[in-house]
Design a protein around this ligand. Structure first.
Ligand SMILES: Nc1ncnc2c1ncn2[C@@H]1O[C@H](COP(=O)(O)OP(=O)(O)OP(=O)(O)O)[C@@H](O)[C@H]1O
Ligand SMILES: [Mg+2]
Length: 385
């Protein structure tokens, strides 16, 4: 089938979405009509009956959009929603990556009610997620590095964990999920425009033996990224599913601070093997880190443990100081019954390593040892066999 044939995209995308009214696939149920491709815009009618609730319609549209992206359609998608032949909703052009929708509709089509196995498709989950968890082919473990508060050293920990794992011989990917403030290009000293392979997947850039992907590779440097939440979610979904990660043992994801769109998109789209929570010892950071732990727990993502960053500082005369307080990470770990995976000192070499794009884990000094031992603990917690 030619790439200009709309069925080349719609058939595989719609076959995987269940129509709850007929209990057949949306494709076989004949809901799709009048499909056409003009330029990079795919248009089609969705012929719903009165028996389709608003939630059904919204879930089907959302699932189709997501699946179209999944089968490699990269242009705009304009579904024309008809109910008994009468047009509903606007058909304003929407970029393919923009699949954000209101998740507030009812969720009456969870897996338990899905009589057609394997056809529930994205958009039909009981928990309200936009799409069902979809493992990334060829990626053994996805690890989220998160914090509540900003600037506590997530990116530093993510980068050094990735480099530390690669140094131990694992196949590692590093995804910068901070769309508004990407730091991977600087910290890994890597830049360039990634290209697509024959399967139309983006080939990540390599740095220190780690496959890297960041919005910073695609956006103009210095240009502020002003996007709505749904666009951020679309980009993160693409970074998870449309990047040629495989084969990878550990895909480390550097999340932006907080518990927002990026975090939810991750959690609702891919199975995360574990999360690493980064905090400084100070109360205000711990408070936010607790929220992070609670979010992951609530959404069934295992918390591997806590990294206490900037735990102490050694003065040139050997005096040890605790500018951000002492023992906060340990207290938090006890509270949540998780491990302290590492205590990282406040050290100029770490900051310089970040700024120079030469991660501290590459060195041979004491600080490098801390990051290497973090990598070992993570690998032990999530063996790849
Ligand atoms: N242990 C450390 N010692 C010295 N400097 C550090 C340490 N950890 C992080 N930094 C520095 O602190 C700054 C913030 O760190 P980083 O960017 O990793 O934080 P972040 O939590 O990812 O921030 P954001 O919330 O903005 O994403 C960076 O300049 C980094 O080099
Ligand atoms: Mg960061």
């Amino acid at each position: 089938m030619s790439e200009q044939d709309p069925n080349r995209w719609l058939e595989p995308a719609a076959t995987k979405v269940r129509d709850p009214v007929t209990n057949r696939s949306v494709f076989l149920a004949g809901l799709i009509g009048n499909a056409s491709i003009e330029g990079n815009t795919l248009r089609f009618d969705l012929n719903f009956s009165k028996d389709h609730s608003r939630a059904d319609r919204s879930a089907i549209v959302q699932a189709l959009e997501s699946n179209l992206q999944g089968v490699g359609w990269q242009g705009n998608v304009i579904p024309n929603v008809l109910v008994e032949g009468v047009r509903r909703g606007s058909a304003a052009p929407k970029p393919a990556a923009d699949h954000g929708h209101d998740h507030g509709h009812d969720h009456g089509h969870g897996p338990k009610e899905d009589k057609v196995r394997g056809m529930s498709g994205p958009g039909m989950q009981a928990h309200g997620g936009a799409v069902e968890l979809q493992a990334i082919p060829g990626v053994k473990h996805v690890i989220a590095v998160a914090s509540g508060k900003g600037g506590v050293g997530k990116s530093t920990v993510a980068v050094n964990l990735a480099v530390g794992l690669a140094a131990q011989g694992y196949l590692v990917g590093l995804l910068d999920a901070d769309i508004y403030g990407p730091s991977l290009p600087l910290m890994m000293s890597v830049d360039g425009k990634p290209v697509a392979n024959e399967q139309k997947k983006i080939i990540p850039l390599m740095a220190y033996g780690v496959k890297c992907m960041s919005i910073g590779f695609l956006a103009d440097p210095g240009e502020p990224i002003i996007w709505r939440g749904p666009m951020v979610m679309g980009v993160i979904r693409q970074f998870l599913q449309q990047v040629a990660w495989a084969p990878v043992d550990y895909l480390i994801v550097d999340l932006p601070p907080g518990t927002g769109d990026a975090q939810l998109t991750m959690i609702q789209n891919v199975p995360i093997s574990g999360s690493v929570i980064v905090t400084t010892p100070q109360e205000v950071a711990l408070l936010d880190a607790r929220r992070g732990v609670q979010m992951f727990r609530k959404l069934d993502v295992p918390v591997l443990g806590v990294v206490e960053n900037m735990a102490w500082m050694d003065a040139p005369d050997g005096t040890r100081m605790h500018p951000f307080g002492e023992g906060g990470g340990k207290r938090m770990a006890r509270e949540f019954e998780v491990e302290v995976l590492a205590e990282v000192p406040l050290d100029a070499a770490i900051r310089m390593g970040g700024d120079r794009g030469s991660p501290a884990a590459l060195d041979t000094d004491a600080v490098a040892t801390v990051f290497r031992s973090l990598a070992t603990k993570v690998a032990e917690a999530l063996p790849v066999s």
